[in-house]
Write a protein that binds this ligand. Sequence first.
Ligand code: CAA
Length: 283
Amino acid sequence: MNVQKIMVIGAGQMGSGIAQVCAMAGYDVTLHDLKPEFVERGLGTINKNLSRQVEKGRMSEDDKLSIVNRISSSTELSNAGGVDLVIEAAVENMNIKKKIFEQLDEITPAHTILATNTSSLPITEIAAVTKRPEQVIGMHFMNPVPVMKLVEIIRGLATTDEVYNTIEEITRKLEKVPVEVNDFPGFVSNRILMPMINEAIYTVYEGVASPEAIDEVMKLGMNHPMGPLTLADFIGLDTCLYIMETLHEGFGDDKYRPCPLLRKYVKAGWLGRKTGRGFYSYE
Ligand code: CAA
């Protein structure tokens, strides 16, 4: 299937990164969000990232300009009417995602593939609200998107091989590495990563060691680029809690119970870097 035009829904950390790598790979991109200021903020992040590439001599100013010019802004979902692929990166909330997919199913042409960047929600359930579940697929990018090589590609129950192969090919064009997984809570990445982060939080909760000590152990002892608590702050503690709850509910197994300290921080509004306070303080 020939994909040229892509809409990215959600101009936050993930959506703006996805829009950036799509435009860098030569696709025409529409970056959509609810309000113009959200789209503007996403475009600002993209601009900053590309300027750094220019400063480092990896990209010319002309290349940067043509990448930026390939991205248009949208606050009306009806703009999805002319695209071949939608990558949804809105908030992690099943009801919101279902509403978006229902609307996209009405708005987009019959050939359009509907992908979601959900980090743990069932693709099959999202696909079921559309009349084209065979064209719905998970495309899970990692944060920060411009840097991380992995894209987990998740097949829903009905996803066809043709759609899977198209998405795999696009992923390679984005200079990412596709890894195929089936539709189970948390897929592979978050089924393994989040219980590790949750366990690190239990380790603080039980007074085994300080956040600094825990992160140092995992960085120096296991060669992780970031300790699990720094990473949790980076991902956002609300997202970490939401994914743990999805695992807990999806498997019905108490081994996935979210740590009470994680719940407490989220209730306090300590969501990590984005609110200036999580396991660490960010001025
Ligand atoms: N956006 C774009 N580029 C960024 C960036 C960002 N937010 N943050 C860092 N970079 C770039 C830097 O510009 C730098 O680029 P160059 O080497 O080309 O100059 C490069 O990344 C390295 O950055 P730094 O030297 O500043 O810092 P670092 O070496 O510590 O790397 C890191 C930063 C890449 C984020 C690294 O710490 C890392 O890999 N951390 C772990 C990230 C991770 O685990 N991500 C997955 C999270 S889970 C997820 O995303 C899925 C989910 O569903 C929750």
